[in-house]
Design a protein around this ligand. Structure first.
Ligand code: IMP
Ligand code: MG
Length: 171
């Protein structure tokens, strides 16, 4: 097992998601939306958040990854596309974390090219100090320090996503 410290426990996560769900519901005011979960990391966040929302949701999925070893250049490729037609629709991207910003910038530009009526972004965690490109974030769960997160969707070499709290690697 990994040696992890708890950054945000299960209770704190669920409490914050209640608040976020209310905030998001109040923006959409009962209109139906297409929520796009960014695989794989955002799956736990998406499930817990959307269950707390009252906004009617059509759920879709997208997947993107960066080319190995090119974090500095920010080259992203899409490895799974959405199924729904989002033209003229209210769209909410649900992502686990914004770090450098390259992934969300790529996904936002790609989805905007399909002419949605609106496009908003919800992230569970924001590592602000790591940002390389600016992306407008509409709903943020937690601002977090520059630590490597594991659990609640965050992986270490694709493992440990199912740890129920947000932990970080001890240094
Ligand atoms: P960005 O493109 O640099 O903003 O990075 C976004 C992606 O990097 C996220 O979707 C995560 O998959 C991954 N990532 C960034 N920070 C962490 C972390 O602390 N733990 C696990 N994955 C992370
Ligand atoms: Mg991810």
């Amino acid at each position: 097992m990994l040696d992890l410290d708890v950054l945000i426990d299960e209770e704190k996560i669920q409490k914050r998601l209640e608040e976020m769900a209310k905030e998001i519901d109040s923006v959409y005011n009962g209109q139906s939306i297409i929520a796009i979960c960014v695989l794989r990391g955002a799956i736990y966040f998406t499930v817990d958040l959307t269950k707390k929302m009252k906004t009617p949701i059509e759920l879709d999925f997208i997947k993107a990854s960066s080319y190995v070893g090119t974090e500095s250049t920010g080259k992203i490729k899409m490895t799974l596309d959405i199924n729904e037609n989002i033209e003229g629709r209210d769209v909410l991207i649900i992502e686990d974390i914004i770090d450098t910003g390259y992934t969300l910038k790529y996904l936002r530009d790609y989805l905007l090219s399909k002419n949605p009526k609106s496009l908003r972004i919800a992230v569970l965690a924001d590592k602000e100090e790591r940002r390389k490109v600016e992306v407008p974030i509409d709903f943020t769960g937690f601002k977090i320090p520059n630590k490597f997160l594991v659990g609640y969707g965050f992986d270490y070499d694709n493992s440990y996503r199912n740890i129920p709290y947000i932990g970080y690697m001890k240094e």
